[in-house]
Design a protein around this ligand. Structure first.
Ligand SMILES: C[S@@+](CC[C@H](N)C(=O)[O-])C[C@H]1O[C@@H](n2cnc3c(N)ncnc32)[C@H](O)[C@@H]1O
Length: 208
């Protein structure tokens, strides 16, 4: 395993990224307590900035957990909505409760089930956020290409997979992430980059 961001740098960035929102703080506390893999605050802030720049009408999130990453999207949304999808009802129930308490529920739609299948219900997706099991990333993007709007963004967490992408590992998640990265970097309809923040965040811009 390779640490993507030098820990001292990450600590420095976290110190700069002070947060007062009690819902963010509570979700971060719960993630720590349950050892649940949320995107973290630095990536959350990136999602916020990308959403402000893009001003999307529709964000579809594959793998919402209990709503932390979606909360950053919703916070930044001006007029659009974010669709949260997770296989676990408990996760979605928790997210819904948090969004209601934070008065963000009117910007969100909550779905339970297989994210790839549920997401097919949506067209003209402006931001597709992928954070499901890693071996499913390639299938997700291939099956949902036709559902993307012109100039859509695909954002995917864990695109460096703790550095395993450069090792010799052949497990299905590592292979899945490698194939997903190669697919988007070589796709002529996308301009793709990876920000080496936390575990790597892939951002692909659809060229038309
Ligand atoms: C890494 S967590 C998501 C964390 C969340 N994006 C955040 O940062 O707050 C991955 C989530 O994806 C869900 N998941 C995995 N595969 C899925 C699938 N095919 N469809 C729907 N949810 C899935 C899991 O239940 C888990 O809650």
């Amino acid at each position: 395993m390779i640490t993507i961001t030098e820990p001292k740098i990450e600590k420095y960035l976290m110190k700069l990224s002070r947060e007062a929102d009690r819902h963010i703080l509570e979700m971060e506390r719960i993630a720590k307590q349950r050892d649940f893999p949320i995107v973290d605050r630095l990536v959350g802030r990136l999602l916020f900035v990308l959403t402000k720049l893009k001003n999307p009408k529709l964000i579809v999130e594959l793998g919402s957990g209990f709503g932390y990453s979606a909360y950053w999207f919703a916070r930044a949304l001006e007029k659009g909505r974010v669709v949260l999808i997770d296989t676990l009802q408990d996760n979605i129930d928790y997210a819904k409760k948090t969004f209601q308490q934070a008065r963000l529920a009117h910007k969100a739609e909550f779905r339970v089930g297989n994210a790839i299948e549920r997401a097919k219900d949506y067209n003209n997706i402006d931001i597709l956020f992928i954070d499901i099991d890693k071996h499913q990333y390639l299938e997700a993007v291939q099956k949902l290409l036709a559902n993307l709007n012109d100039n859509a963004l695909i954002i995917a967490d864990n695109s460096l997979w703790h550095g395993r992408v450069v090792g010799k590992k052949r497990d299905r998640d590592t292979v899945g992430i490698r194939k997903f990265n190669e697919y988007l970097f070589s796709h002529r309809d996308f301009f793709t980059t990876v920000l080496p923040l936390r575990d790597g965040v892939l951002v692909a811009y659809k060229l038309s």
